[in-house]
Design a protein around this ligand. Structure first.
Ligand SMILES: Nc1ncnc2c1ncn2[C@@H]1O[C@H](COP(=O)(O)OP(=O)(O)OP(=O)(O)O)[C@@H](O)[C@H]1O
Ligand SMILES: O=P(O)(O)OC[C@H]1O[C@](O)(CO)[C@@H](O)[C@@H]1O
Length: 382
């Protein structure tokens, strides 16, 4: 193989939980690099873990660095992607062909505890410098972007973050990649649960993902018409609060309603704390309430489901694919603008922009969440 190592490449990695739209972003960042800016792009496999792995191999001596560079130049594109041991791949046109809407990420994603250690991040900085990387693009959620911020603070590398997490818990952007698709998937799931809930006149308690944030659950409730949504923002659920929810459902049944869909976000806390999934805790509380002595609907059955990783997969929606392309364009603008600070792409007031690491939350984000809650309450006339 005679080709030489790419000059001043941009490196890109996906980190944290995968999110639909990551592949659309990779396609866009690679294609804009090659077609518009004529800058080579290196894909890092498995997020920070891949960088750490490569740094361990390359930082031994000058020959080990040469070997790593050779591996990258000798196995570009799909050839490099097929070999799961290769941590850094030079991306070409074909390597991102046909991946636009595909869920997951062709580069893989990971959570890497080692990256919390300063010395490990230093080894990664050394590697990126040795490879002549002009900028690192980190695609991921809150934690991934914290790691990116630390890299930016601790070195003079150019670091660009791109929000991608189905949780929508990043308060500086109206949307992160993956949220639109995950909401879409939840609406599909709720539709399926409604069919069986209606047939059996049951209450379905569905647990959505969303770690600390209720945004995914509330958006899904608004879009699907689920009768009730419970999010972490309302505070810990006590036995009294759960009984009040059950009473509300019973009241609807008294008015002739036959079934109910209740969405509960995984981040909801309980008082006293519980170790089981919220959907099961709520099921027991509801069932006990409906079966109490003299209750009008003692046969009313409650079924819990934890929707889990289903929400992270699937074909990215057009909304996510378009946002991915817009984020990629903004990331390139920032990389090529030498006056520009490091930062994160964001959607603010429906415009794509770059915000600094550690920037203030958009006050509108919290307002939008409470407005969605009010809207949902007023639309759910049951
Ligand atoms: N404080 C930190 N310092 C250094 N690296 C961090 C830090 N927090 C997170 N990271 C890195 O980012 C990775 C992903 O973080 P995390 O597991 O929180 O997911 P995330 O990016 O928030 O995505 P998701 O929203 O999908 O969970 C971690 O495994 C770690 O490698
Ligand atoms: O895939 P893992 O590591 O189990 O992580 C699950 C977590 O990741 C997310 O899907 C995205 O942050 C959360 O909603 C969930 O709590």
């Amino acid at each position: 193989m005679t080709s030489s190592f790419p000059e001043s490449p941009v490196a890109v990695l996906c980190s944290g939980g995968d999110a639909p739209g990551m592949n659309a972003f990779l396609r866009a960042v690679v294609r804009l690099g090659l077609n518009r800016h004529h800058v080579p792009v290196l894909g890092i496999r498995d997020g920070y873990r891949g960088l750490v792995r490569a740094a361990k191999l390359a930082n031994v001596d000058s020959e080990s660095l040469v070997r790593l560079k050779q591996e990258i130049t000798n196995n570009p594109g799909k050839r490099g992607l097929i070999d799961s041991q290769q941590s850094i791949i030079q991306m070409d046109h074909a390597s991102v062909s046909g991946i636009m809407g595909k869920g997951g990420t062709i580069l893989g994603s990971a959570r890497c505890l080692d990256f919390h250690k300063r010395e490990v991040r230093d080894s990664v900085v050394k590697l990126l410098k040795d490879l002549g990387v002009r900028a690192l693009v980190v695609v991921g959620g809150d934690g991934s972007l914290t790691g990116a911020r630390l890299l930016a603070e601790e070195s003079d590398l150019r670091i660009i973050g791109v929000p991608a997490t189905i949780d929508n818990d990043l308060q500086f952007t109206e949307m992160a990649l993956g949220v639109d698709t995950a909401v879409h998937t939840l609406v599909w799931a709720v539709d399926h649960f409604i069919d069986t809930a209606r047939s059996h006149r049951r209450v379905m308690v569905l647990e959505t993902m969303g770690r600390e944030s209720g945004d995914l659950a509330r958006m899904a409730a608004l879009a699907s018409g689920a009768e009730m949504v419970i999010t972490p923002e309302i505070g810990a659920l006590t036995a009294e609060k759960m009984a009040a929810y059950a009473e509300e459902i019973e009241g609807a049944m008294t008015r002739g309603r036959g079934h109910a869909i209740v969405l509960i976000a995984e981040g909801v806390k309980f008082d006293p704390p519980q170790t089981r999934n919220g959907a099961y805790v709520l099921r027991d509380a509801f069932q006990n309430y409906f079966e109490r002595e003299g209750a009008p609907f003692q046969d009313l059955e409650v079924r819990p489901s934890v929707l889990g990783h289903l929400q992270r997969g699937g074909h990215a929606t057009p909304g996510d694919c378009i946002l991915a392309a817009r984020f990629a364009e903004e990331a390139w603008k920032s990389i090529l603008n030498h006056d520009n600070e490091n930062g994160i792409t964001a959607l603010q007031h429906n415009k794509v922009t770059i915000v600094p690491f550690g920037c203030e939350d958009m006050p509108e984000r919290a307002e939008t969440s409470s407005a969605m809650d009010r809207l949902h309450d007023d639309l759910a006339s049951w």
